[in-house]
Design a protein around this ligand. Structure first.
Ligand code: ZN
Length: 269
């Protein structure tokens, strides 16, 4: 593993992260992600290349707009840092391969979905639906080894696996959605989360989708309990479950097989 290349992909990731910030800002508002060019939200001044250097521009501008002095929130910084880490980790884990590109893509996708859900309590159909279509295209190039025994042509085994995972994710969360709806007589999670579970299943395949959903539920439960204990949240307030699902989907794509093997190893003597 060439450490220089890990650093190159980390830097490229932070730059890609600033594009993801544009998506997070504009997609919920129904604006184009291509035009206009990046500008300050307060004074509308167009940002120069020096204002757009990932991570570093936050430090030398001290998180303020150079032109009007309006404060810049922390979120773009964390998204850039997160995307840089994601690209570096994916390359470190998979080397320069199809898997690296696929994980970097899904990681970026789940980052955008997770942050938008955190900020707006929304999982946008205009992200989920095209992503589902793309997931099926990606599946053609990713035949999972456990389905090769079915003797299907290799591209079919990828699509069959994705569809099985997608159906499992969707149906599993649909069941949880209906049960909580019957108990609480109100939506405990949004239907966008159900569709997101389907998308996650398309990405992970049938073997790992339940792991991703379980991790998401555990993560949401732990964070929710901590927020309740700290009195930062009222019992009735909904949690952005999509954000937790997005994080667990990313963890599953990176380390799902390792986690599953470790867990199954606990029952082996
Ligand atoms: Zn400004």
């Amino acid at each position: 593993m060439d450490i220089m290349l890990v650093i190159v992909f980390a830097v490229f990731g932070t730059a890609f992260g600033s594009f993801l910030n544009v998506c997070i800002d504009r997609l919920p508002a129904g604006k184009s992600i291509l035009a206009p060019p990046s500008h300050c939200d307060s004074c509308q001044h167009r940002l120069s290349p020096a204002d757009l250097v990932p991570l570093l521009s936050y430090l030398w501008l001290r998180r303020r707009c150079r032109y009007c002095g309006a404060p810049i929130p922390w979120r773009p910084f964390w998204v850039e840092l997160g995307t840089g880490l994601l690209f570096a980790l994916s390359y470190w884990h998979f080397g320069f391969s199809v898997a690296f590109a696929v994980i970097a893509f899904y990681g970026s996708l789940f980052l955008v979905i997770g942050v938008i859900d955190l900020e707006h309590h929304l999982v946008l159909n205009k992200i989920s639906y095209p992503a589902m279509a793309l997931a099926l295209v990606i599946a053609i190039f990713q035949p999972p080894p456990e389905l090769m025994t079915l003797n299907l042509a290799w591209h079919w085994s990828g699509i069959v696996s994705a569809l099985m995972g997608g159906a499992m994710g969707f149906l599993f969360l649909l069941l949880a959605y209906l049960i909580t709806l019957a108990i609480y007589r109100a939506e405990a999670m949004g239907f966008g989360d159900v569709k997101l579970a389907g998308l996650i299943g398309l990405a992970t395949g049938p073997k790992l989708v339940l792991l991703a959903l379980t991790l998401g539920a555990i993560l949401g439960g732990v964070v929710g309990a901590i927020l309740l204990l700290l009195k930062r949240k009222k019992r009735k307030e909904p949690l952005p479950f999509g954000s937790f699902l997005a994080i667990s989907a990313l963890l599953t794509l990176l380390w799902g097989n390792d986690i599953l093997n470790w867990y199954l190893g606990l029952f082996r003597f």
